[in-house]
Design a protein around this ligand. Structure first.
Ligand SMILES: [Zn+2]
Length: 171
């Protein structure tokens, strides 16, 4: 890659300043403290679908347009498909045209990020703070004011309509 091309592409690759300093960071502060489950990943195998297991606990990524949640526009809450912790609100969902459900911010204190070096350029992976299930990657090309794009695997989430009760957390 030419140096000039490299420099031009750097702003696109720049990750959020808040996650650059250390490897794991909880985003925001939870309304009530979340107790991490520390449950061995393999114990989730019986509780989630095989595909969800691959995404949540083997860090796979679904193909774009794999999930109906890409098109979910109703009011409600997106919860972790493993432990049911609320991770995103519909108010923060937006159409990113990527084929993955995308959000401008997570529920405060319910998501933690860490650096992912699987590709040439480091990316920022994020996961549920309670069960450590992998959810997606966060990028800095989202809409204002925060400029964040939380790009989530739809299969790693479940949607609960606003008028329905959230399920009890499981673990
Ligand atoms: Zn979870």
């Amino acid at each position: 890659m030419k140096r000039r091309t490299l420099l031009k592409s750097l702003p696109m690759l720049a990750v959020l300043p808040l996650i650059s300093a250390c490897s794991r960071q909880v985003i925001g502060e939870a309304v009530s403290p979340i107790v991490a489950l520390n449950k061995p990943h393999k114990e989730w195998r019986e509780l989630v679908s095989p595909r969800a297991y691959q995404i949540l606990f083997e860090e796979a990524t679904e193909r774009p347009e794999s999930s109906n949640l890409v098109y979910e526009e109703r009011e409600g809450t997106f919860i972790c498909a493993a432990c049911y912790l609320p991770l995103f609100e519909s108010a923060h969902k937006y159409e990113s045209w990527t084929g993955w459900p995308s959000f401008t911010q997570p529920v405060a204190g319910h998501i933690a990020t860490k650096r992912d070096f699987k590709m040439i350029w480091p990316r920022t992976e994020y996961h549920c703070v309670r069960c450590e299930g992998h959810q997606g990657h966060v990028f800095s090309d989202g809409p204002p004011p925060r400029g964040e794009r939380w790009c989530n695997n739809g299969i790693a989430l479940q949607f609960v309509l606003k008028e329905e009760e959230l399920p009890a957390l499981r673990g």
